[in-house]
Write a protein that binds this ligand. Structure first.
Ligand code: SAM
Length: 285
């Protein structure tokens, strides 16, 4: 079944009485060039199990299933299940789990679904929840090798920014702490049904197997990072005080100890400085 043929897609959706949910970020890919490119660049190949997040009608799922040993996809919208039963009928290596990915025990899922396989994540992510999903995948320290995802252009810019610049955010620190990130290609808004108001891009994160901090220091580090970026216009000392209750004087002396001004803002600190600041604060609170 050609899931990028507009007539075919309209026919299936019509027969199942399906209407798009804007709230669930449902913009399905209809450009035939995109899904093969995501699959080819996203480790969907022999020896790999692929976790997909959000199937829509299965256009990307099918390309992943053609290449990988197994695809397990988490899809929140139960109205898509009868559609997927039809569109993915030819594949015996696909499993759909009807859940909210943010509530899934992904360690368990990976253990049960991908025993003996290397694991990659591929998805066209729902835009309303892009950063929380990526951050959740990273912070859970899941045994995955890469995350290849379509995100809106602005999110791609943030993800691929340099830590310590105005374009960076907590998610930028996250991807650079856990691995390396690069943009693969741009995707125009006309590649989707319905077309969103902005263009998109596909990015790939390659995850490191070891981490620079132990789990407890890592948790504290990300608390500091999230507190700083939640009020990025404020000075770092002010955000740490209002979000984490760290006394301003403690924050000032940590900044001074690192040769930074008391009025420093989080977006001015690079990765080394953020890690050093978090260690300094942790010792002194
Ligand atoms: N992969 C399909 C494609 O490219 O055509 C669909 C992509 S669409 C941008 C996002 C999909 O994620 C939708 O099918 C939506 O129902 C699903 N979704 C939204 N929120 C979700 C959540 N919290 N957990 C799992 N799936 C979710």
């Amino acid at each position: 079944m050609n899931l990028t043929n507009i007539g075919t897609v309209k026919d299936i959706l019509g027969r199942h009485g399906f209407s798009f949910s804007k709230g669930l970020g449902q913009n399905f890919i209809i450009n035939p060039d995109i899904c093969p490119k995501i699959a080819e660049n996203g480790n969907a190949c022999k020896g790999f199990g692929v976790l997909e997040i959000g199937t829509g009608i299965g256009v990307l799922t099918a390309e992943l299933a053609r290449r990988a040993d197994k695809v397990t996809a988490v899809e929140i919208d139960s109205r898509l299940l009868p559609i997927l039963a039809e569109t993915l009928e030819e594949f015996d290596n696909v499993k759909i789990i009807n859940e909210d990915v943010m509530k899934c025990d992904l360690h368990k899922l990976i253990r049960e679904e991908f025993d003996g396989l290397r694991v990659a994540v591929c998805a066209n992510l729902p835009y309303y929840i892009t950063s929380p999903i990526i951050m959740m995948l990273l912070e859970n320290r899941l045994p995955i090798e890469s995350i290849t995802v379509m995100v809106q252009k602005e999110a791609a810019q943030r993800l691929c920014a340099k830590v310590g610049t105005r374009d960076s955010g907590a998610i930028t620190v996250g991807v650079n702490y856990y691995g390396t990130v690069r943009k693969l290609f741009d995707v125009s808004r006309g590649s989707f049904m319905p077309a969103p108001n902005v263009d998109s891009a596909v990015i790939r994160i390659d995850l490191d197997t070891d981490h620079r901090l132990d789990e407890e220091s890592e948790r504290f580090f990300f608390k500091v990072v999230k507190a700083g970026f939640s009020q990025r216009r404020k000075t770092l000392a002010n955000s740490l005080s209002s979000v984490m209750g760290i006394p301003k004087e403690t924050a000032y002396s940590a900044l001074r100890a690192m040769g930074l001004p008391e009025a420093a803002r989080i977006e001015q600190l690079d990765m080394e400085q953020l890690i050093a600041l978090s260690a300094e604060l942790r010792q002194n609170i």
